[in-house]
Design a protein around this ligand. Structure first.
Ligand SMILES: Cc1ncc(COP(=O)(O)O)c(C=O)c1O
Length: 394
């Protein structure tokens, strides 16, 4: 008989956060759509504020619906605790501003998410925080870029849009050797495919807009980690104020209940679609860590339970051909974002990497004919048929 402490991810996603809602026997927790909370008397207020009894003061500080999501995410990511915030960017900015100070340096790779890139490049220098972006995923290159001022190693794995994989255990060890906090944006992998805490990574953040929410209907973010670090970030969140609205928190909680089944279907669909594309005469190259010829396939097998729901491929043609492909598919929506039940298709050259110069795009390995598909949970035959329409349009 399994004990509560032995629950698996599928069970935790449904039950971990849904405790302490015995009022009126509702099976799903209510949405506490309230900005503030009232107290019976001053003693009650003092008990809540001192943490003697569980309670809430004001929704920018905490809210029971947010707490249910936080408990669920911490259980899935195997961390002590978590916070939820209003977007993935809020998770990133709260983490960096909460943990670093003037004079500190962040070490990261050159292919981080565009919003994070601009935050590090254009915003943080105003506060005297420097970022070193290493154009490599090799631990030796990261290590040789460390300086005495490096206080945070910040990574994504898999990366966007070429799905490179970084060695998480070695990165965690590098951080420990240099007394640096290690942070991962785990949005692309999700805790279903990868739990970075297993490898010693300190802080795990998400754009919950993507897989955690899973239905393209909310903007949300989350940060999971040790109690002490998350406590600091909660204080930062209270000051900066990127609160997750209780209704969005409730939608996120609802989305997370089906995370495991959705992600497993996305893993399966994406691998099949990658194999189909790889065998297509009009495709030059497919980027998916689940394919044996991906440069990081062995590493992905070691640290991931599934290879994720995003793939990229190069049409054997020009940027115009790639444009014709994305305009000829019917079911897949031409839209940024990823991680939802419906498949989305984009050309990185016109979306995520639009602001790059052609030279910088080339350096990042993003060709003009690259197409990214964020695969949903539709039937694989219908996804392949949609790609056939894309090829027919060339
Ligand atoms: C990997 C990654 N991190 C963070 C973000 C930012 O998330 P949000 O749009 O929820 O602010 C995105 C958005 O596309 C992303 O892809």
């Amino acid at each position: 008989m399994t004990k509560r402490s032995d629950w698996r991810q599928e069970t935790l996603a449904i039950h971990a956060g849904i405790t302490g809602f015995p009022e009126r026997g509702a099976v799903t927790p209510p949405i506490y759509q309230t900005s503030t909370f009232q107290f019976k008397d001053t003693q009650h207020l003092n008990d809540v504020l001192s943490g003697k009894v569980e309670g809430d003061l004001y929704t920018r500080y905490s809210n029971p619906t947010q707490r249910a999501v936080e408990k669920t995410l911490a259980a899935l990511e195997k961390t002590e605790t978590a916070i939820v915030v209003g977007s993935g960017m809020a998770a990133i900015t709260t983490t960096v501003l909460g943990l670093l100070k003037t004079g500190d340096t962040i070490l990261t790779t050159a292919d981080i998410y565009g919003g994070t890139y601009h935050f590090c490049h254009d915003f943080l220098p105003r506060f005297g925080i420097k970022t070193i972006m290493v154009p490599s995923h090799e631990i030796k290159d990261l290590e040789s870029a460390m300086t005495p001022e490096t206080r945070m190693i910040y990574v994504e794995s898999p990366t966007n849009p070429l799905l490179n994989i970084l060695p998480l255990k070695e990165i965690a060890e590098l951080g420990k050797r240099h007394d640096c906090i290690t942070v991962i944006d785990n949005t692309f992998a999700t805790p279903v495919n990868q739990t970075p805490a297993d490898f010693g990574i300190d802080v795990i953040l998400h754009s919950a807009t993507k897989y955690l929410g899973g239905h393209s209907d909310i903007l949300a973010g989350a940060v999971a980690g040790p109690r002490e670090i998350i406590g600091t970030l909660r204080k930062t969140l209270r000051i900066l104020g990127p609160t997750l609205d209780p209704f969005a928190a409730w939608l996120m909680l609802r989305g997370m209940k089906t995370l495991a089944v959705r992600v497993r279907q996305q893993n399966e669909n994406t691998l099949k679609l990658a194999e189909y594309l790889k065998g297509h005469p009009k495709v030059r190259r497919v980027y998916y860590p689940g394919l044996p010829d991906h440069p990081h396939h062995e590493l992905a097998k070691k640290q991931m339970r599934g290879f994720g729901g995003v793939l990229s491929f190069e049409i054997d043609g020009t940027a115009k051909d790639a444009e014709k492909f994305v305009e000829s598919v019917e079911m897949m929506a031409m839209a940024p974002s990823l991680g939802a039940v419906e498949s989305l298709i984009t050309q990185p050259v016109t979306t995520s990497h639009r602001s790059f110069t052609p030279e910088d795009r080339k350096k990042a390995g993003i060709s003009d004919s690259l197409i990214r598909i964020a695969v949903g949970i539709e039937h694989i035959d219908d996804l392949i048929a949609d790609c056939e329409r894309g090829f027919a349009g060339l």
